[in-house]
Design a protein. Structure first.
Lengths: 261, 258
């Protein structure tokens, strides 16, 4: 089972510029409100893409479409070449073992200790039942995020930053090939935000994941981004490296960078 | 006015449809592989063991009060010796199951509604879904099956405690031995008093679990939704208990008292 996490879906060959997520002209409305309007995005293997934008612009909706939590009204979302909206339940489950999702709050299960939270995906996705193997993996994952001391604590006993770390460890424990981060530093102090951003980067290097990071934290974007896209009113308005966009003359793009840099 | 009524009717129909889908999903997930035994046992403990004190105290008081209330009337009729039988039949057939189910609706359905509602708000259910686990199987199936099993067990325990409460009340005023009292209670009960009463508690338990899970699982994403889910779970589950009780009485009458 352990090898399963290192193989590509359906044994597709790995290429340097392989597009692992391909979003094509998607749109999504909730009632009368058009949240996404013609979104296009490609994520290459090993790349970190940061999506910047004001709150309520549809950034989270975009990544929820990637894991099939939401279905776009129009357009296609392809992950590893397969159209997510056409996947059946089994295929969707298989996809979700390859795509990790870190929620804004960490979304740790309240009734379980940190250990149980981390064992949850191991026993259900990788079907590991050997307790020694579970302990080894859980301890290794928690050590990776510097949270080994909190292994038997309940989520309610953890600080906001610790919850995010634990959430990250839980998501990374099954070694996903793609990571989706939904505002990973929101609600944290600047020092902890920086720690989380550096942790994201170190995780990406360690596990060679491709990531989409939704944020409005410019420090986080600066640390983690290979490429930045800026979203406004349901569509992408600018794309480039952090430094390229920082030099942009566009008024809206400048407004993001003038905040902290 | 008419437009409002149509909108309300459409909304109600949508709700019925959603509940139908949820109901089907529940049954489909029972028979799917990978039953969550440890969570089921934990829920049985949470629902059964942790409700025992409440059920016990309430049943004891109900049995005690019923004897104290019945005694003057029965004395007037010269039917004092019928008190154990009257209590046993009324408590086992109707009062015990319904009162215990209502108490559990207040405690368990609201608890499930609030728990799943807060899990929804804090994205824990979404997290479970995207992690490849099946939240319906883990959260819903285990809870509904646990309530369907635990409410009958709590009712059996509550019935026994209620009869004991009745004995103490009777013993305050009359000289009756424990063995004679229980002999009179048991002798007055027949299969048709016990079996339908027990069967309907399975449905009460199912209603409590189902309504709690449905309200919590389908709550909106806002903190106030948690309170709404808990509140409407209690109201709806209590209503369902009376509806099921009325149906159960009709069916029992048709089958056994013709």
């Amino acid at each position: 089972m352990q090898n399963q996490t290192n193989s590509t879906p359906k044994d597709k060959p790995v290429t340097d510029n392989e597009v692992v997520v391909d979003i094509n002209h998607i749109s999504k409305s909730f009632g009368a409100k058009d949240v996404l309007k013609d979104i296009n995005l490609k994520l290459k293997r090993g790349e970190n893409v940061v999506v910047l934008g004001k709150s309520g612009q549809g950034k989270s909706v975009t990544i929820q479409c990637i894991v099939g939590l939401l279905t776009p009204d129009n357009g296609t979302v392809k992950v590893f070449g397969d159209d997510v909206s056409r996947m059946n339940e089994v295929e969707l489950k298989e996809l979700r073992t390859k795509v990790g999702f870190l929620f804004q709050s960490g979304a740790l299960y309240d009734s379980m200790t940190v250990r149980d939270n981390l064992e949850f995906p191991l026993t259900r996705i990788l079907k590991i039942t050997d307790q020694a193997e579970l302990d080894k993996r859980v301890e290794e994952a928690l050590d990776g995020v510097g949270l080994l001391d909190a292994i038997d604590k309940l989520p309610s006993d953890l600080s906001g930053g610790m919850r995010k770390r634990a959430g990250l460890a839980r998501t990374m424990i099954v070694r996903p090939e793609i990571m989706l981060y939904d505002e990973p530093t929101t609600g944290l102090d600047p020092i902890t935000s920086r720690e989380i951003s550096e942790l994201i980067l170190s995780m990406q290097k360690k596990y060679k994941t491709s990531s989409i990071i939704i944020t409005h934290d410019m420090e986080c974007a600066k640390i983690t981004a290979d490429r930045v896209v800026i979203m406004n009113e349901g569509t992408y308005i600018a794309e480039g490296s952090f430094d390229e966009l920082k030099r942009s003359d566009d008024k809206l793009v400048k407004s993001f960078f003038n905040v902290t840099t | 006015m008419a437009e409002q009524a149509v909108t309300g009717y459409k909304k109600w129909l949508e709700g019925v449809g959603e509940q139908g889908v949820f109901f089907t999903s529940f049954f489909r997930n029972i028979f799917r592989g990978g039953f969550e035994w440890s969570e089921f046992v934990r829920q049985c403990y949470e629902i059964g063991y942790r409700s025992m004190m409440l059920v016990g105290i309430t049943s004891f008081i109900m049995g005690l009060v019923l004897i104290l209330q019945l005694r003057p009337s029965m004395l007037e009729l010269g039917a004092e010796s019928m008190l154990p039988k009257t209590l046993a039949v009324s408590f086992i057939r109707e009062i015990g199951p319904v009162i215990i189910a209502i108490i559990c609706a207040g405690k368990v359905a609201s608890g499930i509604g609030a728990e799943l509602g807060s899990m929804k708000v804090t994205e824990q259910i979404d997290a479970m879904e995207v992690s490849g686990a099946n939240p319906l199987q883990y959260l819903v199936v285990t809870r509904i099956l646990a309530t369907s099993l635990m409410i009958p067990l709590l009712t059996i325990i509550g019935d026994a405690i209620g009869l004991f409460g009745g004995f103490l009340a009777l013993n305050f005023t009359d000289d009756i031995s424990f063995s004679l009292y229980f002999h009179k209670c048991i002798a007055s009960l027949e299969f048709i008093d016990l079996f339908p009463a027990l069967v309907k508690t399975v449905f009460f338990g199912f209603a409590i679990g189902f309504v709690g899970c449905y309200k919590g699982y389908n709550s909106n994403k806002g903190t106030e939704s948690v309170g709404i889910a808990a509140n409407s779970a209690v109201v709806t589950a209590s209503l369902w208990i009376f509806v099921i009780d009325a149906l159960a009485v009709q069916i029992t009458s048709l089958l056994f008292y013709r």
